[in-house]
Write a protein that binds this ligand. Structure first.
Ligand SMILES: Cc1ncc(COP(=O)(O)O)c(C=O)c1O
Length: 425
């Protein structure tokens, strides 16, 4: 027998991945320059140069240990980050296992960086290095869900994999509706849907797919509601802050809200995929707020979920690279220009969307109620855009604008043709 849930997760690929594959097919048929692929959040800009410096240093053999010179080298890392010098590593260290939860010195560097930057007091012993944010979410949810009635609230529109990870962990995904004028969560709905089965709420700011950044005011209100509800139901309701776009904010008036400052029962899930443009390297971390109820047991449960899921020892090489580049980010000015241009051009044509403050997505109103039909029609114009039903709301589509500038520029005429098709229908 094959597990039918896994079979359907595998067979029914996400709409994003489906379009990504379709894009490859269209590019072969029409030439890459004639296809406008806005499907996936794959960064188009270079990682910071300190990344390649570190990689280069790591592989610069400083001393041959094996006198016969066959194998075995010591590795010296010349750190481009003046605040951080690492202990000497051997090649075996670089490619070997670290502790299941990640190398202690790496976790220490992560904790120091966050504590200094956000004035908090996180503990390296409550950090678990992961294969990106996806693995972090999967094991955190596995650690929290223990009964088929357990519910996890997600704020719509939400990253589609949340539902997959929640269901895989054996729980129910319960969406909270947004206010459509600003895509902040509808707090009246939140109050209504939190119940005795609620185990956690996932929050994602800057948001995929809207680019919305939540401000202190709304985060305070969400925290107050959850606090009231956990007292009412007499058990913790954890807030999982999914932050792969934490440093990707364009609006200086909307600084990132660090959630552990607002709510004790919080868990942070971070990834380096987007901020330093390395999604294929699969590196991130989960950190439990030391002030969370049962923080140590919660951390052990996350370690246990990592162990049970086979997510032990995130890629060692990239663990060792992280401390050297932790205070660096890619140059986001291209994304900033892309979104400004795209927003202005689409608005001039007649499309409706709100201006995003962060991430690299634009969430636009579809020109017909059925967003899947709209996304399918867009393929006739070689435009690959993701229908919003995948994110738990209908009637919109998502554009990933982390693409080369000329893809954006050349796509405008296609968006206009698509608009005219619907207006003249
Ligand atoms: C909101 C959100 N969470 C998690 C992830 C997964 O990130 P990673 O590639 O680091 O696993 C993504 C990826 O696009 C995302 O947009």
């Amino acid at each position: 027998m094959i597990n039918s849930d896994m079979l359907s997760f595998g067979k029914e690929r996400s709409a994003i991945r489906e379009l990504f594959e379709k894009g490859k097919e269209l590019k072969q048929k029409y030439g890459a320059e004639n296809v406008y692929d806005f499907s996936i959040g794959n960064p188009s800009i270079l990682p910071p140069r300190e990344l390649s410096d570190t990689v280069k240093n790591l592989f610069m053999v400083s001393k041959i240990v094996d006198v016969k010179g066959k194998n075995g080298v010591d590795v010296e890392i010349e750190s481009p980050n003046p605040n951080y010098q690492y202990r000497k590593l051997s090649t075996n260290d670089l490619h070997g296992y670290t502790s299941a939860q990640g190398d202690e010195e790496v976790r220490g560097a992560v904790a120091n960086y966050i504590n200094e930057k956000y004035s908090v007091s996180l503990d390296k012993n409550l950090i678990y290095m992961t294969c990106g944010a996806a693995a972090g979410l999967a094991i955190t949810l596995k650690a929290l869900i223990s009964d088929p009635n357990d519910e996890i609230i997600v704020f719509a529109p939400y990253f589609p994999e949340y539902k997959v990870f929640i269901e895989n962990a054996g729980g129910k995904c319960v969406p909270c509706i947004p206010n459509f004028n600003n895509f902040y969560p509808d707090l009246i709905d939140l109050e209504e849907i939190v119940n005795e089965n609620t185990r956690a709420v996932i929050i994602n700011s800057p948001n995929n797919p809207t680019g919305v950044v939540l401000d202190d005011k709304i985060v305070t209100k969400i925290s107050e509601i959850l606090d009231k509800k956990q007292k009412e139901f007499n058990h913790p309701i954890y807030l999982i802050s999914d932050e792969p776009y934490r440093e990707l904010i364009y609006n200086d008036n909307k600084p990132f809200t660090f959630f552990t400052k607002f709510y004790d029962n919080s868990i942070i899930n971070y990834s380096f995929s987007k901020v330093v443009s390395i999604p294929g390297e699969r590196i991130g971390y989960v950190v439990v707020n030391p002030k969370a109820e049962n923080a140590i047991d919660l951390y052990y449960a996350i370690c246990g979920a990592g162990r049970a899921s086979g997510y032990v020892c995130a890629p060692s090489l990239f663990q060792f690279i992280i401390p050297h580049i932790i205070n660096k980010k890619s140059d986001f000015s291209i994304y900033k220009n892309n979104v400004k241009y795209l927003y202005e051009e689409l608005s001039n044509i007649g499309y409706e969307c709100i201006y995003p403050d962060g991430a690299f997505y634009l969430f636009v109103k579809a020109l017909c109620p059925d967003d899947k039909e709209f996304s399918k029609k867009a393929l006739d114009y070689n435009l690959l855009i993701v229908p919003s039903t995948s994110f738990g709301v209908s009637g919109y589509f998502r554009i990933s604008y982390c693409v080369k500038e000329d893809v954006i520029k050349n796509s405008i005429v296609k968006f206009k043709e698509l608009y005219n098709y619907y207006k003249n229908k």
